[in-house]
Design a protein around this ligand. Structure first.
Ligand code: ATP
Ligand code: ATP
Ligand code: MG
Ligand code: MG
Lengths: 255, 255
């Protein structure tokens, strides 16, 4: 088994990076080999795992440009079983550099071919848009995990994200599936409850049972360069991502 | 006076749209004429002001393509003194359509020339990126108002946003200034206090005195298609945006 999942949603600030970093760590904690691909020029997944920008040598930018191999950029993180293909802000110009190329949409898929055999899970953190880089992630992935903040603007954008996925499935990647919708920053407000109910009523089994509560420890952990499981394993946010990992492993017939 | 402000930050979910909608409404409530330009294909500012996607006729997309005039797309909102240039998701393809044009960066600036005389304030809501559309906003604007969520990933991205601004000022728009940094979703956690202190220590007077507290009413209002002042004028979020408007008007020598 080697599952490649894109963590994507064009709405900003819905916990894509928080999910990518903490789910990858949870898989590694369960003994699976995991690669996190930071496809966002903001490089938040890179710093969230404790790797400073000045420490990044070869990044995904050079690999997508064809100037380096994927294995040249991969680094070991502080989490056993979790490796990272780091990002840097130059990746933002990939959008312009690559867009004239006719096969620019296939770049990441070809790059990740060589890695599939070495990892049980490959997670791709995406930037908040529907542009070339997220497009590459959906073409390369087996499924899309869509983090959804339980608020109005995020709910409003869900149908566009879903249409984008269907479009890629039809035109570029027939194996692509909606791997699941993950409710994030869930709290006890009426708004959060209302949105959660709406989403479960509309998307049914496509919504993970596990949901991520609003938990300040999740926002604190990145400032220490650590995933939540290493920052505070007793936190509700840590337990929630471990529960999500367990649900996914059960779905895949692993444990 | 006609001040054009871009509400921009490439970090997602930091309250760009919430600030654009509620600051524009606060200016209108104080008797000033205001235009809100929704430059985000997500069209959250459009729906946040109660305009459904199916009600949008000509949008900013057609105007930037050159198929319509700005005045053809402008609609009156439910707020007296506040008009809107609405967005729709087709705007996402402007990135590709316009990018081959040598003057694609100047489009919005030229489009807004005709409007400057009719409004005291023009606010431009931007998508979470540093791509062509936000670039257009910075070229067209007199100043950039940068909403900043008081959390780690948002703080990390601030220096890139500032570099981007300096770059545009040097190369395209010498009048562009950092109009101010607005602290948003401020709460009583150590993280929020820590980030607020760091930002005020680093950016000093460039940080507005007014700050926006985390207030559930701000997240509820968009689901009713209303700005906070019309949804719940007594809410802390409403008072905060009125205080921000007052601070800006005082800075401009108006009141
Ligand atoms: N469950 C949670 N509880 C509390 N804070 C959270 C939670 N999940 C994420 N956060 C915080 O909310 C902010 C947004 O999360 P994050 O940056 O992961 O979202 P994103 O979707 O990756 O954003 P972008 O669109 O900019 O890439 C961050 O400051 C993060 O630390
Ligand atoms: N002060 C606040 N208190 C509570 N919720 C808030 C506050 N400001 C914004 N929100 C909510 O937080 C979410 C993010 O805000 P918003 O959508 O305005 O950010 P944005 O920067 O425009 O996002 P994007 O990067 O996707 O354009 C929204 O659901 C909004 O309703
Ligand atoms: Mg992110
Ligand atoms: Mg927005």
């Amino acid at each position: 088994l080697s599952r490649t999942l894109a963590i994507a949603n064009q709405k900003g600030g819905v916990a894509k990076t928080t999910t990518a970093v903490n789910l990858a760590t949870a898989f590694a904690a369960c003994g699976f080999e995991c690669l996190l691909v930071d496809l966002d020029p903001q490089a938040n997944a890179t710093s969230g795992l404790g790797i400073e920008q000045r420490e990044v040598g070869i990044s995904l930018y050079e690999v997508l440009q064809g100037d380096a191999e994927l294995k040249d950029c991969i680094v070991q993180t502080a989490v056993p079983g979790l490796q990272l293909a780091p990002s840097r802000s130059a990746l933002a110009s990939a959008q312009i550099d690559l867009s004239s190329d006719k096969d620019s949409i296939d770049r990441l898929r070809r790059v990740l071919q060589s890695a599939k055999g070495n990892y049980d899970f490959i997670l791709i953190d995406c930037q908040p848009s529907l542009s070339l880089l997220p497009l590459n992630a959906l073409v390369a992935a087996d499924g899309v995990l869509v983090p959804l903040q339980t608020e109005y603007f995020a709910l409003e954008g869900l149908s566009r994200m879903y249409d984008f996925l269907l479009d890629i499935k039809r035109s570029r990647n027939p194996d692509l599936s909606l791997y699941g919708i993950l409710l994030t920053m869930v709290d006890h407000t009426n708004l959060s409850k209302q949105v959660s109910e709406d989403v479960r009523a509309t998307f049914g089994a496509a919504v993970f049972e596990a949901e991520i509560p609003r938990n300040i420890k999740l926002a604190e952990a990145p400032s220490h360069g650590k995933p939540i499981i290493m920052y505070d394993r007793s936190a509700s946010g840590a337990k929630a991502y471990l529960a999500l990992a367990a649900e996914i492993l059960a779905k895949e017939g692993l444990s």
